[in-house]
Design a protein. Structure first.
Length: 344
């Protein structure tokens, strides 16, 4: 406990995942674990999620999906466009692949045929966000290519998916219409997708009519709310970041965490929780920050920079909102110099 510490709660994680699954039902949760489970650790989280009923895991890229695969025999999904060497590894590990371009579809089919394997693919229709995906005018050709490969036995079209912009309800409604039209075209061509997934965390939480049979949710399961978004009912941040008081002066208290640990130096002015109550950050240096003093401050006391809010501390998103970013960034940018401790 002598340096910066990120305490991560297994029980809070299980609670959040259970609450998310309950809210999404009958849509099934695909638990997103990109960026090492948002900087909180894949290795422990896979087992905990499996214990409370998660059957789908999303790794974003293939290396992350392969890491998840070593921990579970449940469905693992990777959707980042990847080089052929990684595609071959994913096929060998039975990883589902998201495919959103003709070139990537050709690569996946070629690698499957070279391996004599049948890979599950999820075709992505671009519904307006323009974050990868086949444009509507490209969809017919994509379906024809995929169905031909499916008939040859090299792929199985297991899903159709997309991303929403979440810019407005009207935009998302229009995106859903594009999505459902794409599904109809695939079915008319003889496709039988196992799952449909259009929504990620925010839309899946607040727009149930947009959910498909599968919903990709990451941040909310870890208790990270959307920037400028409302509280998430019973969900709480599963991590608490604290650091020790190193020096006490009349006008400031020095705390042992700084920019070299991953804190943005522009967080000056944010409030943190001290044993004397909420105090403002005066400055953030490389290896330490200074905060306003409190009565009885002494070396060795702990200052909490973010957490679930049970001790009056801000959550990670509250800090992120001060610097126009998201809560995920505040957590994932923490360096290995911050010790991680997984607790019950």
């Amino acid at each position: 406990m002598s340096g910066p510490l990120l305490e991560i709660s297994r029980s809070a994680f299980r609670h959040n995942v259970t609450a998310v699954r309950r809210r999404l039902a009958p849509s099934e949760l695909l638990l997103v674990m990109k960026d090492d489970a948002y900087g909180l650790g894949i290795d422990w989280a896979v087992a905990e999620a499996s214990a409370v009923g998660v059957h789908w895991f999303g790794g974003y890229d293939i290396p992350t999906a392969l890491r998840i695969r070593t921990l579970t025999d449940r469905r693992v999904y990777a959707w980042a466009t990847s080089p052929r060497t990684e595609i071959a590894q994913a096929i060998a590990a039975d990883v589902d692949l998201g495919v959103g371009s003709a070139a990537y579809l050709d690569d996946v089919i070629a690698e499957a045929e070279a391996a004599g394997a049948r890979v599950r693919v999820h075709l992505k229709i671009d519904t307006g966000l323009h974050r990868n995906g086949f444009r509507p005018e490209q969809w017919h050709d994509a379906v024809c290519t995929a169905r031909a490969a499916e008939r040859r036995g090299s792929i199985s079209i297991s899903g159709v998916w997309s991303h929403l912009s979440e810019a407005s309800d009207a935009d998302d409604d229009a995106s859903q219409r594009v999505f459902l039209d794409a599904v109809e075209q695939l079915v008319a061509a003889g496709g039988e997708p196992e799952v449909l997934h259009l929504t990620a965390s925010a839309a899946a939480w607040w727009r149930p009519e947009l959910r498909g049979s599968l919903s990709r949710v990451g941040a909310f399961c870890y208790g990270i709310r959307s920037a400028d978004g409302p509280p998430l009912d019973s969900l709480r941040l599963i991590a608490r970041l604290s650091a020790p008081v190193e020096e006490v002066a009349a006008d400031a208290v020095r705390v042992g965490i700084g920019a070299f640990h991953g804190l943005p130096s522009i967080l000056r002015g944010a409030e943190v929780a001290t044993p004397g109550g909420s105090r403002r950050i005066i400055d953030i240096g490389g290896d330490a920050l200074t905060v306003e003093p409190w009565e009885g401050a002494s070396a060795g006391q702990r200052v909490v920079l973010f957490g679930p809010g049970t001790q009056g501390e801000p959550d990670a998103t509250a800090l992120a909102e001060r610097v126009d970013t998201v809560g995920e960034e505040i957590i994932t940018r923490l360096t290995p110099a911050v010790r991680r401790l997984v607790v019950d």
